[in-house]
Design a protein. Structure first.
Length: 384
């Protein structure tokens, strides 16, 4: 009588021996040709460089025009503040508002400033003096950022002008302090978040192709007669892609530290614990897709249909608090939401496990559910 391997007890050493053999098989399947090795190692490097320099909401070069009708020196001092900021670049000094509008319409300038004749006189008399600032709102994000920078320059000028001319200070003076990112550098937000985003996309893509690739290459039939449990096969595939994902994330982490020079304030061990838990959840989702797919094309389609909502509902582009109630509840099923929070708080704040344990628990539960689901689907197909 042949014993069912699903019900036969095995000791731990036998389990790990069988698991390591399956992991070696998976590693050979990934790295057996140079193209596969390049596919695993090169994309994370390219992605982090492209995202680091191109995918940023910061504005570092704002072209602006100005009309200066002021008969005093205050407007020139304001313009000197703009020019000395390192962000604003004077592009033109049009003669009138119509010429200014033409420059904005042609996208020659993003912003136009207009100073009236009595600008200095009103300031010296303690009266409010207006500066008209017109922005190109076709790109609302750039316009909002330029407006914020403009308000910063004007606010700094106000304080210096009042002190220089012994004018009364405002009743409330705002003293700003920004924790964790004092220079408002967008990379401080984006690069650590990419650890989660790229971990999700890359490992999910590789794992989603795993079982489908076995079917297309004809090796799936070998699994039907192999003396391995479905749970061992799924565990080996998950472990393989977790290891590959950790190698990729280590590359990105080192680039963020030494190339982009983003200071790391937390625990390396806690960061990697978060990455392992998060990658397990991503691999579980990918293996579910792969187990349900008959071809690699179907697996790729399923991965993209899943990855896009994960990214949009992660809080990376849109704050979760700004979403309606239904989507806020839906984000609770998204491991990327918790991965980004954990990585940001460990990386930038130095937060410990006691502050983050709930997020770890949510990710662990998602990983457990997806891996168990992948195992159940695969087991049914293997023995069905």
């Amino acid at each position: 009588m042949v014993e069912n391997p699903e019900t036969t007890g095995v000791n731990m050493s036998d389990f790990f021996s069988r698991l390591s053999a399956l992991i070696r098989k998976e590693m050979l399947a990934i790295f057996k040709n140079p193209k596969s090795r390049v596919f695993v190692l090169l994309p994370p490097f390219i992605q982090i460089i492209i995202f680091g320099y191109a995918a940023t909401l910061d504005l570092t070069n704002i072209n602006y025009g100005f009309i200066n009708r002021d008969r005093g020196s205050a407007a020139r001092e304001v313009l000197a503040g703009f020019n000395g900021s390192g962000i604003f670049k004077p592009e033109a000094a049009p003669a009138n508002e119509k010429a200014m509008a033409d420059l904005i319409n042609r996208k020659t300038i993003l912003e136009g400033l207009t100073f009236q004749e009595d600008f200095t006189r009103k300031l010296l008399n303690g009266q409010p003096a207006e500066v008209q600032a017109v922005f190109d709102g076709r790109n609302s994000n750039s316009a909002n950022i330029a407006m914020s920078y403009t308000m910063g320059v004007i606010s700094e000028f106000n304080a210096e002008f009042r002190e220089k001319h012994n004018l009364p200070q405002p009743a409330i003076r705002l003293e700003k302090r920004t924790w964790y990112n004092p220079n408002y550098n967008m990379r401080f937000f984006m690069i650590p978040a990419l650890l989660a985003v790229l971990a999700m996309l890359d490992t999910m893509m590789m794992s989603s192709l795993s079982i489908a690739r076995e079917r297309e290459e004809g090796t799936f039939d070998q699994l039907l007669v192999a003396p391995y449990r479905p749970s061992e096969i799924i565990a080996a595939k998950a472990a393989t892609y977790v290891l590959v994902g950790l190698v990729q994330m280590t590359m990105i982490f080192l680039i963020s530290l030494f190339w982009y020079r983003i200071p790391f304030h937390g625990s390396i061990a806690l960061l990697y614990l978060g990455l392992v838990t998060f990658i397990l959840a991503a691999v579980g989702a990918g293996l579910c897709i792969s187990a349900l797919s008959n071809t690699m094309q179907q697996a790729m389609m399923g991965m993209f249909l899943t990855a896009m909502p994960f990214t949009l509902l992660s809080g990376l582009a849109t704050p979760i608090d700004s979403m309606n109630d239904f989507f806020q509840y839906l984000t609770m099923l998204n491991p990327m939401r918790y991965g980004i929070v954990i990585i940001h708080r460990i990386y930038l704040e130095g937060a410990g496990f006691l502050l983050l344990w709930r997020f770890f628990l949510y990710m662990f539960l998602i990983a457990a559910v997806t891996l168990c689901a992948a195992n159940a689907i695969f087991k049914k197909q293997l023995h069905g």
